[in-house]
Design a protein around this ligand. Sequence first.
Ligand SMILES: Cc1cc2nc3c(=O)[nH]c(=O)nc-3n(C[C@H](O)[C@H](O)[C@H](O)COP(=O)(O)OP(=O)(O)OC[C@H]3O[C@@H](n4cnc5c(N)ncnc54)[C@H](O)[C@@H]3O)c2cc1C
Length: 458
Amino acid sequence: MLNEATLVAFKASLRGGLLEPTDPGYEAARKVYNRMIDRRPRLIARCADVADVITAVNFGREQKLLVAIRGGGHNAAGLGVCDDGLVIDLSPMSFVHVDPKKKTVLVGGGALWRDMDHATHAFGLAVPSGIISTTGVAGLTLGGGLGYLARRYGLTIDNLLAVHVVLADGRFVTASAKEHADLFWAVRGGGGNFGVVTSFLFKAQPVHTVYGGPMLWPLADTTEMMRWYRGFIAKAPDDVYGFFAFLTVPSGPPFPEHLHNAKMCGIVWCYTGPLKKAGMVFKPIRRFKAPALDLVGPIPHPVLQSLHDGLYPPGMQWYWKADFVRTLPDEAIAHHLKYAATMPSAQSTMHLYPINGAAGRVKKGATAWWHRDALWAEVIVGVDPDPANKDKISTWAKEYWSALHPYSTGGAYINFMMEEGEDRIRATYGKNYARLAKIKKRYDPANLFRVNQNIKLK
Ligand SMILES: Cc1cc2nc3c(=O)[nH]c(=O)nc-3n(C[C@H](O)[C@H](O)[C@H](O)COP(=O)(O)OP(=O)(O)OC[C@H]3O[C@@H](n4cnc5c(N)ncnc54)[C@H](O)[C@@H]3O)c2cc1C
């Protein structure tokens, strides 16, 4: 039970405000992107600045509350919210400051990628992120960050210069290659285990208009296209990125009517080389097999980043299964085809995100992100707007994943996992796990920050 006077004092000391279950705004604030997650925290602290975060961390620790940290609220497993405890909600801290001279960006712990892309694009810059603009910068970065620019400029963490963090004991520190280097190593892939990151300093890359978008082929061409893709992407130059996908064509523009609701395979491209060379680079791709739909062309980077946002609004049911994959043998392709043909809803999908090129050349021990030698991060997601279809989509995802798992490396991208237990987390961090556990012990010995893919102290 919380003492009323302590609670009143806590509320009064927050510039951003405190929400309790009876407050207007509480219902909206407790919701996360994945509506399969339905948790009711005791308190939601809307943090407006670092001072609010320090106050909230101290309050959570002193009152022995379960503490969840929320950035963009997009986490697969809903780890930005908890039952009964305190949510430290950073969404008011969404500032983005671009330094065009130094080509760096300082961004608040509650910003979304769309905030970032909007601000950097004006200067012809971008920070490598994912493929959806509504995702939080914080959670995506702390888990690694896989997306369109990974083959050219590395994972999001490979572009991180420093973080500003409120630790479990309430101290505020900077972690970079020079200060608290152990902490800086750990936050590059180790998730929210080590403290509340109030801001991130990134190096920005010269990206403005890219050549990208989807090319789609009939599902019947899957075997041929996957065989071609596995060879192509393994050797492609760094400026050519393409993730492989199964999808159901939406029934509206810009998709032609004869393809509406068709299950198809496809590759979503992002070429960051000189635009005048793009036609030539894509000529052999188009010549191998003419796509049934080709929407690839010059496109501003933020537009490519937000291309899928409308298809995936917040509030749907999501069930995620993932693995890292090094090879794509013919037997695996046969399983892919079987499960693609039985996608249980219009939004359900499978993506293979390449992580070779610049992302793959970083040493396995250089950051906490271990599986640098995998060729793809595979993700299978059952998605549906209707809660009544929850079991249908999760059964499909689990069965699909089980069929493919024997062809994987063991671990999975931490940001694509539901709560799957300690063994999966250990497999994901490989030999980096022991070092992460040591750093966790140094910075969060009581495991205050445990609503995450938790690193155990031993
Ligand atoms: C539709 C969709 C598309 C996606 N696409 C991609 C993609 O292309 N590439 C990719 O890499 N990932 C992708 N993801 C996965 C995404 O990276 C994770 O869901 C990530 O956790 C989201 O971050 P968030 O801040 O929105 O999440 P939250 O739910 O707010 O938080 C996630 C986790 O991070 C911790 N955390 C959040 N903010 C902070 C902070 N400031 N300090 C310390 N810890 C914090 C939380 O404790 C929690 O454990 C996608 C997710 C969705 C739903």
